[in-house]
Design a protein around this ligand. Structure first.
Ligand SMILES: *Cc1c(COP(=O)(O)O)cnc(C)c1O
Length: 360
């Protein structure tokens, strides 16, 4: 397969209308003029790569994804740099994770070069959509669906890969606010042997009722325990979690099948170690979290992911318990790691690991 065909949007949004939207983009509601698509079929392989006007996908009602949920996705950001350039953050890591998710869901594997190139071409096409506001970026959403029209239960023989770009501002307006978590003892997110480490829509579908429960109880987010013993903390619905101890060390639950291997998680482990901090990937139980928060052995906790980067956790509750983390606000280590990573992503701090890929 060669390059991407370019079919420009014949009716792009006017500059005026776009500037109006980009002044206050929020998160995930503004989409750019174009999208990238590539098709796969068992006989042709990957083909028909193009950048076209963003618009509805027409699917037959018997399309496999609508019935058996063969779907995976990614999330990554492209940033405007102070010198006018543009960079994507660790797109190669997203490409590799997308392939692993495809393997788990018995889908065709998109070569990493095509993944990265599709993101790059879309960003370059819609570069004027990067908001010029603090925390502004293009949030890229690559995803893939089983597009074969067939009701039999088997891995599809046809797939549609698509990338959307959404103009986003800082996830938390006015700086990160500490969130309150509800620990779900009723629902689990992922079981050993299941799909917890694949980035598939199905994992989100199962998390929604737990998230809804957390909100109904007055909290911001749900945090899940392991499915076997129901005591080891795993992650939030869409973010990984870290614990900061009074001795300055960090703990984060180990990967191993039921936890999504976050790229923000991996980056923060590396940055913390670069600073000389000890980071242990080990299991941490809910009763230990509570005891350590109450004794002062634990001083901070935070969640992390591409969208919000780092989110401080101020309060944790479950059936019959409710405890505060540190002062209930943003801890020092949390704030420092957030600043360190977001400065790196914007090209304002050294990038010793070569995570920023400059594309313009
Ligand atoms: C995407 C995701 C994360 C965060 O991963 P990043 O690569 O850091 O954005 C964490 N948990 C779940 C369930 C996810 O889907």
């Amino acid at each position: 397969m060669t390059g991407f065909a370019f079919e420009p949007n014949p009716t792009p949004m006017s500059v005026n209308e776009r500037s109006g939207l980009l002044a206050d983009p929020g998160f995930g509601r503004i989409f750019t003029d174009h999208m990238a698509t590539i098709r796969y079929s068992a006989d042709k392989g990957w083909h028909d790569a193009k950048i076209t006007a963003r618009g509805p996908l027409t699917v037959d009602p018997a399309t496999a994804v609508l019935h058996y949920a063969q779907e995976i996705f990614e999330g990554l950001k492209a940033y405007a740099l102070d010198d006018g350039g543009i960079a994507m953050f660790r797109a190669d890591a997203n490409a590799a994770r997308f392939r692993k998710s495809a393997q788990r869901m018995a889908m065709a594997e998109l070569p990493d070069e095509l993944f990265v190139e599709s993101c790059k071409q879309l960003v370059l096409t819609d570069r004027d959509w990067i908001p010029n506001v603090d925390g502004g970026a293009l949030y890229l959403r690559p995803f893939m669906i089983a597009s074969e029209v067939f009701l039999g239960v088997k891995p599809a023989a046809e797939y549609l890969y698509c990338v959307l770009a959404s103009s986003v501002g800082a996830y938390w307006k006015g700086g990160a606010r500490a969130v309150s978590l509800w620990v779900s003892h009723d629902y689990t997110r992922a079981a050993p042997g299941g799909t917890g480490e694949a980035k598939c829509g199905g994992n989100y579908a199962t998390s929604l009722v737990a998230q809804q429960d957390a909100i109904a109880r007055g909290h911001d987010q749900v945090v899940f325990l392991d499915a076997v013993e129901r005591r080891w903390i795993e992650e939030l619905g869409g973010m990984n979690i870290f614990f900061v101890m009074a001795d300055g060390s960090l703990v984060t639950p180990p990967l191993g099948g039921t936890i999504l291997p976050g790229i923000t998680r991996a980056s923060l482990i590396q940055l913390a170690r670069d600073e000389g901090l000890t980071v242990r990937e080990e299991r941490y139980a809910i009763e230990q979290w509570r005891a350590d928060a109450e004794s002062g052995a634990l001083v901070e906790s935070f969640a992390c992911g591409t969208a919000a980067v780092v989110t401080p956790i101020g309060r944790v509750a479950g059936p019959g318990y409710d405890f505060t983390i540190g002062s209930g606000g943003t801890g020092q280590t949390t704030a420092r790691l957030l600043a360190r990573l977001s400065d790196l992503q914007r090209g304002r701090a050294p990038d010793p690991h070569g995570w920023l890929q400059r594309i313009a």
